[in-house]
Design a protein around this ligand. Structure first.
Ligand SMILES: [Zn+2]
Length: 339
């Protein structure tokens, strides 16, 4: 059972044209739901002179104005807990996490059970591609704070059947003592920054990091930053293999490297639609191999707080040539640090 190659073979190997049809169908239903239930998006559509009838597929998304995070947090002002983009009744909302929503504003992101199941599905596809399996013991060093970073991924790991220890990002000395005494190898999950903190601590204490038994590291990149030099330094010090994971928390989008490590695969297929735009002209860019642009994401199934055309701010180079792993999704690497 654990030898399956893909978490979701149907979606992960679907021909791009077929996936586009599936996403178009879901988008039409979703836009209808969003327009009926979200006062925020009804206002956006009305202001743009749009009705749900104008959206007949993903090609029509470019008619919809972009959503900025600051607009979402503004829609939560005036004492409202969830605000004008609350699309599911409160008794169906089971989780709220918070994130920075512009200067001095906390954006509260809400999730129904189905939203969380979809998040876990995207997470499971990504983690499986990164080599995670049910026999793995994951030390989750992402913070278990309000931003949900550690918590949300905790359940993605459980979805694939891996074993998670919810360590968080505090008490680093205790972590090193625990791992030194651990009778088996583990998988590290956390930020490169936290791994570098461990490097500094080990240097201070004269400790050999390779003795911690961390043979694989799954790193939360800020926008898939993929800094090759940083990464190989960490791989050498810990004697591990590192893989990068990019998360867009507003939509639960996961992108991650497969074993071929030729860019980050997009794992939102069927649940989140991705567009590529020119950040200056804001026009669509074709998905050709080597194209550059900014990623823009829209939910296709989200119940509690749907989001249409969220600009990620991530400037990427995309790859659409076949990957040796057999997955058909586009891949990308961050182009931000080249600018
Ligand atoms: Zn691949």
């Amino acid at each position: 059972m654990s030898e399956r190659r893909f978490w979701n073979p149907e979606i992960e190997t679907m021909a791009p044209a077929a996936l586009r049809r599936l996403e178009s169908e879901r988008l039409v239903t979703h836009v209808d739901y969003v327009y009926r239930t979200s006062p925020f998006y009804r206002w956006v559509f009305d202001q743009a002179g749009l009705s749900p009838d104008h959206i007949k597929g993903v090609d029509d998304l470019e008619k919809v104005p972009f959503t900025e995070k600051t607009e979402l947090s503004r829609a939560q002002r005036d004492g409202a807990l969830i605000g004008l983009n609350q699309c599911a009744p409160f008794d169906q909302i089971v989780r709220i996490v918070g994130m920075e929503g512009g200067p001095g504003n906390l954006l509260r992101l809400c999730w129904t059970r189905r939203d969380i199941a979809d998040h876990n599905e995207m997470g499971a596809r990504a983690l499986w591609a990164m080599g995670c399996r049910p026999n793995d013991l994951i030390i989750n060093c992402a913070g278990y704070g309000l931003n949900g970073r550690g918590l949300m991924e905790h359940f993605s790991f459980e979805t694939i059947g891996a074993t998670v220890m919810p360590y968080g990002d505090g008490n680093s000395r205790g972590l090193m003592e625990m791992l030194t005494a651990m009778p088996r190898d583990v998988v590290f999950f956390g930020s490169p920054g936290y791994a570098n903190l461990l490097v500094g601590l080990a240097e201070d204490e004269g400790l050999d990091l390779s003795g911690l038994g961390i043979r694989r590291g799954l790193f939360l990149g800020q926008g898939g930053r993929q800094m090759p030099a940083d990464r190989s330094d960490l791989e050498d010090r810990f004697r591990m293999t590192a893989r990068d994971l990019y998360l867009l928390p507003e939509l639960g989008v996961h992108s991650a490297e497969c074993e071929a490590a030729q860019g980050l695969h997009f794992f939102g297929g069927g649940l989140v639609h991705a567009e590529l735009i020119d950040p200056k002209t804001e026009q669509s860019v074709d998905w050709s191999n080597g194209a550059r642009g900014e990623l823009v994401f829209s939910s296709l199934t989200r119940e509690a707080c749907p989001i249409l055309r969220l600009r990620s701010g991530q400037i990427v180079e995309v790859f659409t040539d076949p990957c040796s792993c057999g997955r058909t999704s586009f891949r990308f690497r961050s182009a931000a640090h080249e600018a």
